[in-house]
Design a protein. Structure first.
Length: 160
């Protein structure tokens, strides 16, 4: 193998390993207790992936396999470090972080979402981020109140 080929391969490997950090939201890192547990689980999983990558004999493969895990370790460590645990709402009288709110859309659709932190949000699973337009429009409102979202109205029918 020529020295030129080795250098080229090393340059390609270095470029592959130069992964940008995952973006960190500028918003406060509010979390539910479940959200904090999920962040810790994700951090542990990233650490396990990195440890597994370190067992690879080939140095280039080891670096290639470890780079995404290192990026995730940095991200989740920062998210755990900055997490602000918010207790469940004391009362279901008004929509707040941690509330599960049911509302009706103008087209008759009934939707239910729990308002959670950004990393925990999974709209298809029934949770939305507290910084989402819907959550912002609903926060502080009570059953029977109407909020405007994307030019349409939604009416709160239940808060838990």
């Amino acid at each position: 193998m020529s020295v030129a080929f080795t250098r080229e391969e090393s340059a390609e490997t270095a470029a592959e390993l130069d992964l940008p950090d995952r973006p960190i939201s500028p918003h406060p890192n509010l979390v539910t207790s479940r959200g904090l547990a999920l962040l810790n689980e994700a951090l542990d999983a990233a650490r396990s992936l990195y440890e597994a990558a370190q067992a690879i004999d080939d140095v280039n493969e080891r670096r290639r396999a470890g780079a995404p895990a290192l990026r995730d370790i940095r991200y989740f460590a920062e998210r755990v470090r900055t997490a602000q645990l918010v207790p469940p709402p004391a009362s279901p009288d008004a929509v707040a972080f941690g509330s599960t709110v049911t509302f009706l859309r103008e087209d008759g659709r009934r939707q239910t979402f729990t308002i959670v932190g950004e990393d925990e949000a999974e709209p298809r699973q029934g949770s939305i981020s507290y910084v989402s337009p819907v959550a912002r429009a609903l926060t502080g409102k009570s059953v029977g109140d109407v909020a405007v979202v994307a030019g349409g109205e939604i009416e709160i029918v239940a808060i838990a």
